[in-house]
Design a binder for this molecule. Sequence first.
Ligand SMILES: [Zn+2]
Length: 256
Amino acid sequence: MVKVAIGAGHGYNTSGKRSPAGEREWSFNNKVVTATVKYLYEYQNVSVIRLDDPTGNTDVALTTRTNKANNANADILVSYHHNAYSGSWGSWTGTETYHYPGSSSGIALARNIHPSIVNAMGLSDRGIKTANFHMLRESRMPAILIEGGFMDSTIDIKKMRDDEIMDRTGKALAGAIASYYGLQKKSSGKSYIEIVTEALWTYNTANWDDKAVVVNKGEVFTVIKDRFPVGGGYMYQIKSGLFITANSNYVRYYTK
Ligand SMILES: [Zn+2]
């Protein structure tokens, strides 16, 4: 089981920590972190320890955050932020990732995660950097702090205001963590059949004489009723409501 400790930097009401238009940094951080957690749970053998207050009401102290990650024996720690340069609008821009100076496991984690965040945000790459930040110094596991973009950038704020980009960035972060550990996706529990013969009849009802339409090799259908006996053979029912043979000479059954 891979344990991922992740937190959105600050709290909703933390002073400073807002765009020149008054938007809260935590809100942007939270969008990415919430998406990351959602997408991480699409993988097997992973659990998430959230370090900030998911309601945003409290700005959880940094020591409380690192204690929580350390006590849970988290495997990695990700602290998610958005930057500010001057507090007034400007054209500075880009994504950067920090690790603790000299931490080889922190560097390795940063190298595996950072390019995905740069790509998802679609901003310039400010690179991987080092800093003596509490979250990086006081955590016992490989730790990174990501600055997705600048809240006081007229370029970056457009990305941060786009919920689809925030979601996509969370998905990229989850995907990068998953690939770092070689995590496999959970099964959706859905079953499918693929037609493996050139052409094959479907049936309107569970009756071999009630022919409907012909389907072709390579077509894939979602199974809504599993294999059941019909007049000496077997059928599936597919999503359109039609029925089809379950004979493995004609259809390949799989779950995903
Ligand atoms: Zn921050």
